[in-house]
Design a protein around this ligand. Sequence first.
Ligand SMILES: Nc1ncnc2c1ncn2[C@@H]1O[C@H](COP(=O)(O)OP(=O)(O)OP(=O)(O)O)[C@@H](O)[C@H]1O
Ligand SMILES: [Mg+2]
Length: 377
Amino acid sequence: MIEFRDIEKRYDDSEPAVSGLNLRIPDGRITVFVGPSGCGKTTSLRMINRMVDPTSGTIEVDGRDVSRVPPHELRRSMGYVMQQGGLLPHRTVADNVATVPRLLGAGKAEARGRAAGLLERVGLDPALAGRYPAQLSGGQQQRVGVARALAADPPILLMDEPFSAVDPVVRSELQRELLRLQDELSKTIVFVTHDIDEAVLLGDQVAVFGAGGVLHQFSPPAELLSAPANDFVARFVGRDRGFRALSFQPASRIALRPTSAYDAAALASAPRFASDGSLRAALDAVLASPDGVAVATGPGGHDVGTADATDVMAALAAVRGEDGAGRVGPVPAPDGDPGSDGDPGSDGDPGSAAAEASVGGPAGRRAPGGGVADGVA
Ligand SMILES: Nc1ncnc2c1ncn2[C@@H]1O[C@H](COP(=O)(O)OP(=O)(O)OP(=O)(O)O)[C@@H](O)[C@H]1O
Ligand SMILES: [Mg+2]
């Protein structure tokens, strides 16, 4: 565990870069620091491996005060990935990665072997190993950066906006690769970004920072979307947080209609969504369909049924119903059945906080059914 205790950092006499920071970062999970520019994310990250020392307060890693650990020793247990790869320009890709095992005492052949294994692990073509960093695309360079950070097999990985310099498609690939790697490796990852979508996609826990390095909320992403701690977080998370929160709800809850209900030729070109994916992907497919009907596919990729917008909303209502408390029920008709799950005590503002508070649910980052919560398309 990495623990920040009453951390303050002032670079000079002006505003503190970080203030009053108390935070416990759990082992084996991805913790994301997110917030606008200049709010102290990089400073906070760098205090973990002592690239920056705090003005006051302590940081402990597994119960050890890092200020008492020599920086070189500390950094052996922490890989660091920076925004632009940070690769050595005059060394080949293989040598960039092999440098770390060499420093740790591995022989040349062993270090090379290890580098080759790591490059494969991060999804790089072995043919690129002999190239220099400038001969790689931005996305490839970032993969090398991740391979290098993993080279000493450190339990902790610090990543500072590692994917922000690449285009959205490559970025999305790198994000998925990171989640795949993390499934295998279970590192303690601290990941900095200013992109809330990236934070919600990758984080098991998300820390939202604001001006002056103040921590506003530290929650699982679903909770961040369903219950922002204050106006700052609500604004930062954005207006479409209700839609984003659908990433954490399973499409498996949709009562699919048989494909035989529609003309086969019309369905052939309809958008698809994975039946074990998220409601967000399902709704997106429905919205993208000219006919308002999308086709669900099973694990083997075959069609298993269809859904339209009402089916998606019915699934969402079912999930909300299970979530229970604090829901806004319909006003009962004078002579009608008030409904079994209407909450008579709920006289608040309908459709706002109370209704949305039930969106998040207990689901974690990974959508049920083995799928992964969706990011930006
Ligand atoms: N070496 C430094 N000397 C003086 N001030 C600094 C130094 N590094 C950072 N700062 C200041 O500390 C504050 C926090 O900076 P930091 O780099 O931690 O922010 P950030 O959240 O990572 O921002 P960004 O999203 O732009 O990377 C900023 O006001 C910045 O100007
Ligand atoms: Mg930064």
